[in-house]
Design a protein around this ligand. Structure first.
Ligand SMILES: CC(C)(COP(=O)(O)OP(=O)(O)OC[C@H]1O[C@@H](n2cnc3c(N)ncnc32)[C@H](O)[C@@H]1OP(=O)(O)O)[C@@H](O)C(=O)NCCC(=O)NCCS
Length: 158
């Protein structure tokens, strides 16, 4: 497994989750990656992207977004490796803090972030965004989000 930057040839392969309804989403992500506003890293196994994460550098502190690992490859440290690589990228950009949003009901993700030194900041809030699906329909997506943050220069720093 190797962590590397997103490549255009990854886009269709990333549809292992969400299928074709996410085609426009990944295309938009590729544009932001190329523009440098939201670099995307993938965990590649035999070249295939089995894990993926975005780092929104337009927010300050930067926000780690869309972390996910293909189910058969979970619990092997790949999520941790993607988080650490995202933090390194933020540090290289000169940031000293990083944030991530997690649904409080997502125990696996929250446990991972706490183990990596993230702390909950403020109260959970309702977040919404829109997905343009394969038929061009605008779908409202929403969930409860708890912001968590970690300093990159503290004692827990890698
Ligand atoms: C959250 C998510 C990204 C974690 O990815 P992951 O690759 O499973 O993460 P890790 O393997 O680094 O850590 C998960 C667990 O495996 C354990 N682990 C890590 N390496 C291991 C290894 N070599 N052997 C055994 N266990 C290991 C970790 O200690 C951790 O244990 P815990 O559940 O008791 O906390 C993944 O579950 C996922 O994609 N979920 C669906 C999408 C999602 O919810 N994303 C988060 C949005 S905020």
């Amino acid at each position: 497994m190797r962590i590397r930057a997103l490549e255009e040839s990854d886009l269709l392969r990333l549809e292992w989750e969400g299928g074709e309804d996410y085609r426009r989403y990944y295309r938009d992500e590729w544009r932001c990656h190329q523009a440098g506003t939201q670099p995307v890293l993938v965990a590649a196994f035999l070249g295939f992207p089995i894990g993926h994460v975005g780092i929104n550098l337009e927010d300050d502190p930067p926000a780690i977004v869309s972390l996910r690992v293909m189910e058969p490859f979970r619990d092997q440290g790949i999520g941790t490796a993607l988080m650490r690589a995202s933090e390194r990228l933020c540090r290289e950009q000169g940031f000293t803090t990083v944030s991530i949003g997690v649904n409080p009901a997502n125990a696996a993700a929250r446990r991972l972030y706490e183990r990596l030194g993230y702390e909950a900041i403020g109260d959970p809030y309702e977040s919404e965004w829109f997905l343009i699906d394969r038929r061009g329909r605008r779908r409202r997506m929403g969930e409860t989000v708890q912001t968590m943050m970690r300093r990159l220069d503290g004692p827990a720093a890698e």
